[in-house]
Design a protein around this ligand. Structure first.
Ligand code: DX5
Ligand code: ZN
Length: 220
């Protein structure tokens, strides 16, 4: 059940001094979702933004906020990100001892729930979870930084997750994150992705280039 391709620019590559303007610019340039990378300097070796920033950005776009939590422990922050305006909340199974409970918690907040698989995390981490998910996020780089190279072995994982989703017959989004550009995007899509995160490839060239950059990821 592959859907039309959604593009989710990662604001990690935006100009942080003008984040509101940047979010408005990618919204107008054709972004489907706004991907927000939350890092804690512990689960991943970088620090980014918290719920206060998500809340401040909320008025700048009506598009879904796709919040990718790379923080551990994660459970104590779910309510804050939901209240801040997240639409989808994605967690890593390694970020807490009870992923199923974490997913139930996200759903109880009325939000879409996602699970993200690191490059070395097998698709079997979705066992007993997939049916409760709205989204699976396959990391095609190790999380922590923008601008890294796409890891080819993750194409096999995207194919495997696509098969699992299709076998289940539920409209679960299959998103890929890391090293997505006009060369890797079609490969991820061919493997079964229907949502693509792109930081570097969206924001390069500044606001005047955003629309063309997003179109190029769609193969236009
Ligand atoms: C990495 C983040 C990504 C990152 C993607 O930990 O989850 O969303 O911003 O950046 P690019 O598109 O530059 O690889
Ligand atoms: Zn991300």
């Amino acid at each position: 059940m592959q859907q039309s391709i959604r593009i989710a620019p990662s604001i990690l590559s935006a100009d942080f001094a003008k984040l509101g303007e940047e979010v408005r610019a990618i919204d107008e340039a054709g972004a489907d979702w706004i991907h927000i990378d939350v890092m804690d300097g512990h689960f991943v070796p970088n620090l980014t933004i918290g719920p206060a920033v998500v809340k401040a950005l909320r008025s700048h776009s009506g598009k879904p906020f796709d919040v990718h939590l790379m923080i551990s422990p994660v459970d104590s922050f779910l309510d804050a990100f939901a209240e801040a305006g997240a639409d989808t909340i994605t967690v890593h199974p390694e970020a807490g001892a009870h992923t199923h409970r974490t997913i139930q918690h996200i759903k109880s907040l009325g939000k879409r729930a996602g699970v993200s698989l690191n490059p070395a995390t097998p698709e079997s981490a979705l066992d007993y979870l997939l049916e409760d998910l709205d989204l699976v996020l396959v990391m095609s780089v190790n999380p922590g930084f923008g601008g890294q190279s796409f890891i080819d072995s993750q194409l096999r994982k995207i194919e495997a997750v696509r098969k699992r989703i299709d076998a289940l017959g539920k409209p679960i989004d299959l998103e890929v994150d890391g090293g997505i550009d006009p060369a890797t995007a079609p490969r991820a899509i061919a493997a079964g992705a229907d949502a693509l995160v792109a930081g570097t490839a969206t924001f390069r060239g500044g606001p005047d280039a955003y629309a063309a950059n997003i179109a190029a990821l769609r193969g236009e």
